[in-house]
Design a protein around this ligand. Structure first.
Ligand code: UDP
Ligand code: MG
Length: 321
């Protein structure tokens, strides 16, 4: 699938969100420079520092750039805005005909970008690079992510590819620009814009250095936010559940009334009543919570705050070093 190094692709931007990646990022940038330079007219790294607390910037500024074809734009966000908004910031700065989004930690094998670019050259607009089966890391993450994938796709009206490893052409990047929501679910939105897409597979690697930035609870929060970002179906489900419980209660009422009239049995007492009361109370609180979450998110979106705040942008180029 890969072309010979003599064939040249148009310029590419590489959007890389980074949060405390001082050890990984210089290695990744060097790796890409070594392997990609012959293939592209120009390579621009858009390195979005999502409020790192380590020496990510220093590590990047020490990278030696020897070729005029390479450009590094370092964008420092004012604080940690989360991976999705860091990606959005990178995409907002992308102007090249091709744009790849890749994690900083080597879990996404960079070589797959060449395969994806080839597919874009053949006429697709977006290439989703999706995970194959893998066998490392905690089990709850593996199965949790599979379950989340199914749930998000059940809730969404369009198919969502749950991967942030993607290559886009400029048309796709342009279509993403107007999306200004604060709860920006990058993966969900890229599938929303409706262009020609294809998917290729990659074998995920273990993180090279450091640890995943997501604990169990932050993953859970991310999952809830993502589901609410793609759909209002949970609200509709509450109507169905409410309706089902009402019908069931009505039929049960008829049943005990029948028992009383035809069999002369006394109407059962507090146990049934208590159980039904707690059950309904629980359901009501649950759905009140869901409504509250949507309302809270609407409140935040209604303020129309900027999605992210850039502290500064630093161009790292051979001349400036
Ligand atoms: N990341 C980020 N902001 C965050 C968390 C993560 O920019 O708040 C970056 C991180 O540096 C990495 C990518 O997003 O390049 C994926 O993060 P991580 O490897 O921690 O996630 P996982 O692979 O475990 O899902
Ligand atoms: Mg990772």
């Amino acid at each position: 699938m890969q072309k010979s190094p003599t064939s040249i692709y148009p310029p590419i931007d590489l959007v890389i969100p980074m949060y405390n990646e001082e050890k990984n990022i210089p290695l990744l940038v060097k790796h890409i420079i070594t392997h990609f330079t012959p293939y592209f007219e120009q390579i621009c790294f858009i390195l979005v520092d999502d409020g790192s607390k380590d020496n990510t910037y220093e590590a990047i500024s020490e990278i030696e750039i020897q070729s005029e074809k390479i450009k590094i734009d370092y964008i420092r966000l004012a604080r940690n805005f989360g991976k999705d908004l860091a990606i959005k910031c990178g995409l907002d700065h992308s102007t090249s005909p091709l744009c790849a989004i890749i994690d900083a930690d080597f879990q996404h094998p960079p070589e797959k970008i060449l395969e994806a670019v080839e597919a874009i050259q053949q006429g697709v607009d977006v290439v989703h690079i999706v995970k194959k089966e893998y066998n490392f890391g905690p089990k709850y993450r593996k199965y949790g992510s599979k379950f989340f994938h199914k749930l998000v796709n059940f809730l969404s009206d369009y198919e969502i590819h749950l991967t942030d490893f993607k290559v886009l052409n400029q048309k796709a990047v342009e279509r993403l620009r107007p999306f200004s929501e604060n709860y920006y679910f990058s993966r969900g939105i890229i599938d929303f814009i409706g262009l020609r897409t294809t998917k290729i597979e990659y074998e995920p690697q273990e993180r090279k250095f450091g640890e995943s930035k997501y604990s169990f609870f932050s993953l859970l929060r991310l999952a809830v936010n993502s589901m609410m970002a793609v759909s209002v179906k949970p609200l509709r489900i509450s109507i169905y559940v409410g309706l089902m419980i009402s019908i069931f209660s009505f039929l049960y009422g008829l049943y005990i009334l029948g028992e009383k009239i035809f069999l002369g049995q006394p109407i059962p007492g507090f146990a049934t009543l208590g159980t039904a009361l707690f059950f309904l109370g629980g359901i009501q609180l649950l759905f009140l919570g869901i409504i509250g979450e949507y309302l809270g998110k609407t409140f935040i979106e209604s303020k129309r705050r900027p999605q992210y705040i850039i502290d500064y942008i630093q161009e790292i180029s051979p001349e400036k070093k």
